[in-house]
Design a protein around this ligand. Structure first.
Ligand SMILES: C[S@@+](CC[C@H](N)C(=O)[O-])C[C@H]1O[C@@H](n2cnc3c(N)ncnc32)[C@H](O)[C@@H]1O
Length: 217
């Protein structure tokens, strides 16, 4: 009997540990409604200069793009238009409500080549391993296991595919958000671990926000 109780306690502890690690994964999390309020504003989209981002990356009809941490789809919809005809954008989110929000927005605007994808905290769970461009804007510092995420992501990138990362340095200055601090050098190290190196850097947003394209060595 004592042995059975011990086993039950061990199993309960294991379930608890697994549950805790599954719950972890997003830093600075917000509800879907909060993200939409914050992200889906025309003046924000204007300031992001998305047409210029598309030009700098060189998105073309036929490209297959993963917009990782797509939020309200601010980049996903213009990207989908840029890769049409023939291309597809996968808008990856860990929040199912945001996936639905993006899908509904695309349908409402007649954008047919955009697919919302419910990713995992450490894996984008994409339906193809032929991604031409994986794009992160203001996302990677929200991922708890960044090195693990990049390792998993690399498996979905096609042979000539690229990873584009845009990150602001602002949150690094906030001592109350130390868990989200992340440097460009750290990202370059994690990318090097999976065989990618910086191939381009763009000065689009000024010194407080970096924009780097990584390609396979
Ligand atoms: C600051 S918002 C940026 C949204 C969008 N990239 C933009 O700039 O408009 C960060 C987004 O990343 C998402 N996110 C956080 N961790 C994620 C992960 N591991 N995989 C996919 N999305 C994630 C959040 O749900 C949130 O929508």
């Amino acid at each position: 009997m004592r042995y059975e109780r011990l086993c039950a306690a061990v199993i309960a502890a294991a379930v608890c540990v697994v549950g805790a690690s599954e719950a972890a994964g997003q830093l600075g999390a917000r509800t879907a409604d909060e993200w939409v309020d914050l992200l889906d504003r025309p003046e924000r989209a204007e300031g992001l200069r998305i047409d210029e981002v598309i030009a700098r990356i060189g998105l073309e009809p036929g490209d297959v793009v993963a917009d990782i941490g797509a939020g309200a789809g601010t980049f996903s919809l213009p990207f989908a238009r840029a890769v049409s005809p023939g291309g597809t954008v996968y808008a990856v989110e860990v929040d199912a409500e945001l996936v639905d929000y993006i899908d509904a927005k695309a349908a409402g605007e007649g954008v047919e080549n955009l697919e919302g994808v419910l990713g995992e905290f450490t894996d984008p769970a994409l339906p193809t391993r032929e991604i031409d461009v994986a794009f992160f804007h203001d996302v990677l510092h929200h991922v708890e296991d960044r090195a693990g995420y990049i390792e998993n992501l690399a498996r979905y990138i096609g042979p000539d595919g690229r990873v584009v990362i845009i990150e602001g340095a602002g949150h690094n200055a906030r001592p109350d958000q130390s868990e989200m601090h992340m440097t460009r050098e750290q990202v370059t190290g994690w990318m090097a671990d999976v065989g990618f190196e910086p191939s381009e850097a763009h000065d689009l947003y000024g010194p407080d926000k970096w924009f780097v394209v990584y390609s396979r060595r």
